[in-house]
Design a protein around this ligand. Structure first.
Ligand code: RAM
Length: 906
């Protein structure tokens, strides 16, 4: 063989093997569930990846990870035989603070082929220990109590050597925005985020290498009131956490020559007032442009008349690195209508009830002219601007102009509003569409789920659910985003969690919030009703406090991370002890309870139509449910004694329930939908009485002419219970119901988000009680979970959580012609799409690598088993497909990764 022939053969060989390898790749590398995070504090980080292939039945057989720091290998896992591809623990040399690590992974599949190495991902560590903070907390030397203006801080410094890497670590008492040489640092908003500040404060880390120059530099920061100072909740004064506006900032610089420098907040910093003379979350901001310190954040600026700062000794050992995605700017809406109301207000309609602020351009006017932007979610019956439901929140941004002709763009900085409509007063000149835009703000959680059907109203419902989530996931899960509340109500978060986790990857978002649940939980186990707790420790309410057990468990199921259970175990246990201590003879019938909050209760209830459920019947159900979840958790964590102990307790709770709340013939003392739903969902009844309870539930629904009457606690489970008991037909009646109370009723009234009440706008166009009438409250959006799991049919088994073993069982019996449901799981995309035509059904299914799925193919009496198997070439295509069996309306097979398309007679 000559040289040329040899090289040709070699090239052919390379091409051939490349082609083979190229079919499977490893990508979407995550460290601690984040893409290339900067500033993580985990000393033992965990890695996840996805195996990308269209090949069928690909599982991971082994993996190899290499982690490097500065080209030095700090961990080579070697070939590890394991099918784990999520949350794989680092086992290398000790992780050091403020270092950038790169890592890559390759895998061997079940056909024993190895993939190429993945692209490199990286993670950068935070300060790891508070002792690595060299910076001092600083604050303005003088500031009067209650002053809500925004101070500025600045520091000039010079750099003489070439920089290799520079990272800014920053946090504050109040909300900060930081700048280097006039450029904003990062694109996060509302930082440092909201935690239980006296116990834990998050800091953020930013790569600022490209913002620094050789020569003279300046770093600066503004500090708004934020959650630390603003009035929170009704009737409370501000400054819940403290009166100081303090900043802690440190830039760690590593030069090319390996030497280091630190720019830190200390006494050498200067401070002054800014143009923002008032900033509060509920009320908004007042900006007087005439007071601007022009160029304050660039180095040429003369700060000789600025004051000195004071350094203080606030604790640093409560600082924690951020683990959730920051709030970021997202969709931008342009006005869909600019009009004058009958009361003469100039109003812009942005077409979507959203959360964020208005950014607008303005020029001219006279010095001192004041532009006022007020925000509202709805117009009243007469079409006028309506703000009564904001209660005391002014939700107003005010700009005092300087009369100059240069065009400027403004938006607020440390507040947000829930609005669709904006009223504008004092704007110089014409209000033109191109000069106004509404910017949506929300936590930057990756979008994971889509659900699109052939029914436009149901699609709008899904849209409204998504927007309810966007508007209320601003660093903490809030009840509502507009009125003087916006608090982390535990019950709301708990009922919506599963839906939220279909729509977006909320792992980090809730992981952080669970940290605050644990931090604010009382020593006796009481979980405050709002987290972070700003209601003085009030709490323990049934269905609310249970967030401490329900959310960790659902996180485990959704994301398959056992650590979340280990981390929250003490908090879950303590919740159950609190409930046990609040009960007598295992019966919980005292204490604070909201019951089935906002259940159907017609205004003029003469004949007892209100769907009132005994509060303590509900409490007993949740007592049992959280105890059950604790038993499940103890089992996962291998805590055998606890499994035994809490299983015994559970039995006693259930027995007490039956004795107290059920007649011997199986009637519950409250004959409501919620009572039967909770009793069935939480398995409170003996087997022999379950079916008749389900029938009673159906009868009740019929009595209300196919209307839902549940409040916050019954709503998330009603559809699920109907489906479990074979009554999905009734669930569809509820889903498609258009009259009040129902999910579609608000849509017939033009809703673009989920409302707090079933009748936010009454059928006659008037409003419910303005004291409690939010038009952006996600709780009732909890039906989203059922839509994904039933119509799309996508679910995971709890013994193989995180969709490692999924179930795909689409229900094609609703009035849809088609439904396309997709979920980006940790392993990759699951797709379940179906389409009906006159006599056939098309299914389009996708299963990600390293998972298996039980696929339930809907059949009718027209469908022939052999059509499924033969016409779709199922078995000839792949001999590994297992036929599991046939259920009434389904043909069951087990499949691995790949795309599966079926066309069958139906
Ligand atoms: C309201 C909140 C919230 C609810 C509690 C009980 O003020 O808006 O939605 O959970 O009360």
């Amino acid at each position: 063989m000559n040289k040329t022939t040899r090289s040709i053969i070699f090239i052919i060989f390379i091409l051939f093997t490349r082609k083979n390898y190229a079919q499977i790749s490893v990508d979407n590398l995550l460290t601690e569930n984040l893409t290339n995070p900067i500033g993580i504090d985990q000393k033992i980080p965990r890695f996840s990846w996805q195996i990308n292939t269209s090949e069928r039945n690909i599982l991971q057989n082994a993996y190899e990870i290499i982690v490097k720091q500065n080209n030095r290998v700090v961990w080579n896992s070697g070939k590890v035989y394991s099918d784990s591809s999520l949350f794989v623990t680092y086992k290398g040399m000790p992780i050091e603070a403020d270092k950038k690590y790169t890592w890559k992974v390759r895998i061997w599949d079940n056909k024993l082929k190895s993939t190429n190495w993945s692209n490199e991902a990286y993670f950068q560590t935070g300060l790891l220990s508070y002792t690595n903070w060299k910076a001092q907390w600083i604050q303005p030397a003088e500031r009067s109590v209650g002053d809500r203006s925004v101070p500025l801080f600045r520091k000039k410094f010079s750099i003489s050597k070439k920089i290799k890497q520079a990272t800014m670590f920053i946090t504050s008492h109040g909300m900060y925005e930081a700048f280097i040489n006039g450029n904003r640092v990062g694109d996060a908003w509302l930082t440092p985020g909201w935690t239980s500040y006296n116990k834990r404060i998050q800091y953020q880390a930013y790569d600022v290498t490209s913002l620094l120059n050789k020569g003279s530099n300046v770093v600066g920061s503004m500090l708004g009131s934020g959650w630390y100072h603003s009035v929170l909740a009704w009737n409370y004064k501000g400054d819940i956490y403290g009166k100081d506006y303090s900043l802690l900032l440190q830039i760690n610089i590593t030069y090319q020559d390996g030497s280091k420098d630190y720019i830190i907040t200390d006494k050498s910093w200067k401070t002054n007032t800014s143009e923002i003379e008032y900033s509060e979350i509920y009320n908004g901001e007042i900006t007087d442009i005439r007071r601007r310190k022009k160029g304050w954040n660039i180095s040429a600026y003369d700060d000789s008349d600025w004051s000195k700062v004071k350094d203080t000794s606030y604790p640093k050992d409560i600082l924690v690195a951020t683990i959730n995605e920051s709030v970021a700017q997202h969709e931008i809406f342009r006005p869909i209508k600019i009009f004058k109301t009958s009361s003469g207000d100039q109003v812009i309609d942005f077409g979507q009830n959203l959360v964020g602020w208005v950014r607008f351009k303005v020029s001219g006017g006279n010095s001192g002219d004041t532009v006022i932007l007020s925000h509202a979610e709805v117009l009243d019956k007469q079409g006028n601007f309506y703000t009564d439901n904001l209660r005391t929140a002014k939700a107003e941004d005010i700009y005092i102009l300087n009369g100059k002709s240069v065009e400027e763009t403004f938006h607020p900085h440390f507040t947000w509003h829930g609005f669709r409509y904006v009223k504008i007063k004092g704007y110089p000149g014409e209000i033109k569409r191109e000069n106004f835009e509404a910017v949506a703000l929300y936590s930057n959680m990756p979008s994971t789920g889509t659900f699109v059907t052939s029914d436009t109203l149901i699609n709008q419902l899904q849209h409204n659910i998504q927007w309810g989530q966007k508007g209320n996931f601003l660093d903490v899960p809030t009840d509502c985003p507009q009125r003087d509340e916006r608090l982390g109500w535990t019950g709301d978060a708990q009922v919506f969690f599963r839906t939220a986790s279909f729509n977006r990857n909320v792992y980090n978002f809730f992981n952080k919030w669970l940290g605050d649940i644990a931090a604010d939980q009382k020593p006796n186990g009481l979980v405050p009703d709002v987290i972070p707790d700003v209601l003085g420790g009030n709490g323990g309410s049934s269905g609310w406090a249970d967030a401490a057990a329900i959310i960790p468990w659902n996180m485990y199921i959704t994301y398959g991370d056992r650590n979340i259970l280990a981390k929250q175990y003490a908090s879950m246990k303590s919740l159950v002890s609190y409930m046990t201590a609040s009960s007598k003879n295992y019966l919980w019938n005292n204490g604070r309870n909201f019951g089935d909050w906002l259940f159907f209760s017609p205004f003029d209830d003469k004949d007892g139509q209100s769907a009132v459920t005994d509060k303590y019947l509900i409490a007993q159900c949740f007592f049992a449910h959280s105890t059950q979840l604790l038993v499940n958790t103890a089992a996962v964590l291998g805590k055998k004694e606890d499994v035994k102990f809490y299983s015994d307790l559970l039995l006693k709770i259930k027995t007490a329930f039956l004795n107290e709340y059920m007649t011997p013939t199986g009637r519950l003392v409250s004959g409501t939908q919620t009572a039967y739903v909770l009793a069935l969902e939480f398995d409170m009844l003996p087997d022999s009485l379950r079916l008749q309870a389900a029938n009673r539930l159906v009868e009740n629904i019929k009595k209300y002419r196919n209307h839902i009457t549940t409040g916050f606690l019954g709503t998330p489970y009603i559809m699920d219970v109907l489906t479990k008991f074979g009554r999905t037909d009734v669930a569809y009646q509820l889903l498609f119901q258009k009259t009040y109370p129902s999910w579609l009723y608000p849509i017939t009234k033009g809703a673009t988000t989920i409302w707090e009440r079933w009748d936010g706008v009454k059928p006659n166009g008037t409003f419910e009680n303005p004291e409690m009438n939010s038009f952006n409250h996600y709780a009732y959006g909890a039906v989203g979970d059922w839509m994904y799991r039933t119509i799309g049919g996508i679910d995971t088994y709890s013994d193989a959580p995180g969709y490692k073993h999924a179930q795909i069982k689409p229900d094609v019996k609703g009035h849809f012609n088609s439904a396309d449901t997709r979920l980006m799981t940790g392993y990759g995309l699951i797709k379940s799409a179906w389409k009906k035509s006159a006599d056939s059904l098309c299914l389009n299914i996708q299963i990600p690598a390293n998972t298996i799925a039980d696929l339930y193919i809907p059949i009718s009496n027209k469908t022939k088993e052999k059509d499924i198997v033969e016409n779709n070439n199922l078995l000839s295509q792949d001999k590994t497909i297992k036929i599991i069996g046939k259920e009434n309306e389904y043909f069951e097979i087990q499949v691995g990764s790949g795309n599966y398309q079926f066309k069958l007679l139906y």
